[in-house]
Design a protein around this ligand. Structure first.
Ligand SMILES: NC(=O)c1ccc[n+]([C@@H]2O[C@H](COP(=O)([O-])OP(=O)(O)OC[C@H]3O[C@@H](n4cnc5c(N)ncnc54)[C@H](OP(=O)(O)O)[C@@H]3O)[C@@H](O)[C@H]2O)c1
Length: 208
């Protein structure tokens, strides 16, 4: 039976890459609920035309309960997985808003019994260090807060204890110029410059 996965940021970089990866899976069959605020954009329409497994869901992360109601209406089966990404920069975007959206997605996913939740965060110094390091960067601190909310609300004895989760922590890449400096430094100090794409941290429930 097809697993239903709700993907936020579906028309953006991360969400669309996630959808491509889900479509490429050979062993599993997924129904993808692709969230966008506007079904009529060319990006949204192009996304939907990629596969009959994709269904566009109109919704806003500022109103997650209504977004989930809309998604459940179209799902035809329980929502098995959620991919969560929020924007951290742009018009009307604030740290408080990013945190509110991120936490609301976790709370609502727990409420409806999602099996596995994937949160796209940011790398803050390695697997364990990231848990204790919000950093002074506003859009890293937001992700630290959301990560802790995810871990706390799925701890043993909490309503979310049966929800598995994965936190992805990609490293931040500012722009091609910083990539140039990073690449230059790798060659000059190859053993002291630990460049990597980030980490993944999964709780003990895994993703079965
Ligand atoms: N660049 C880096 O090096 C790096 C590294 C690590 C982490 N990150 C993080 O990556 C995140 C951004 O991801 P991205 O690059 O994939 O974003 P993006 O390409 O800018 O796409 C943003 C997506 O968010 C959706 N969206 C925006 N506001 C929404 C709302 N209120 N409700 C529902 N959907 C909304 C947009 O959908 P519609 O417009 O269709 O509604 C769009 O699909 C940030 O949190 C950033 O900190 C970036």
């Amino acid at each position: 039976m097809s697993k239903v996965v709700l993907v936020t940021g579906a028309t953006g970089r991360q969400g669309s890459a996630t959808i491509d990866a889900l479509l490429d899976q050979k062993e599993e069959d997924f129904t993808i609920l692709a969230v966008t605020r506007d079904l009529t954009t060319t990006t949204a329409k192009n996304l939907a035309s990629k596969s009959s497994s994709i269904r566009l869901i109109e919704g806003d992360l500022d109103d997650v309960p209504s977004l989930f109601r809309q998604a459940q209406k179209w799902a035809g089966a329980p929502i098995w997985g959620v991919y969560s990404v929020q924007v951290s920069m742009g018009k009307d975007v604030t740290s408080e808003r990013e945190v509110r959206q991120g936490k609301a997605l976790i709370d609502e996913s727990i409420k409806i019994g999602v099996n596995h939740f994937v949160y796209s965060s940011v790398e803050r110094g390695g697997d364990e260090a990231s848990w204790n390091n919000p950093t002074p960067i506003p859009h890293f601190r937001t992700k630290y807060d959301i990560e802790h909310h995810l871990r706390d609300s799925t701890a043993a004895g909490k309503p979310g204890e049966h929800m598995g989760w994965t936190i992805l922590r990609p490293v931040a890449v500012r722009n091609p110029t910083s990539l140039y400096y990073i690449t230059r430094d790798i060659w000059s100090k190859p053993t002291t410059y630990p460049l990597h794409y980030g980490h993944q941290y999964t709780n003990t429930l895994g993703s079965s």
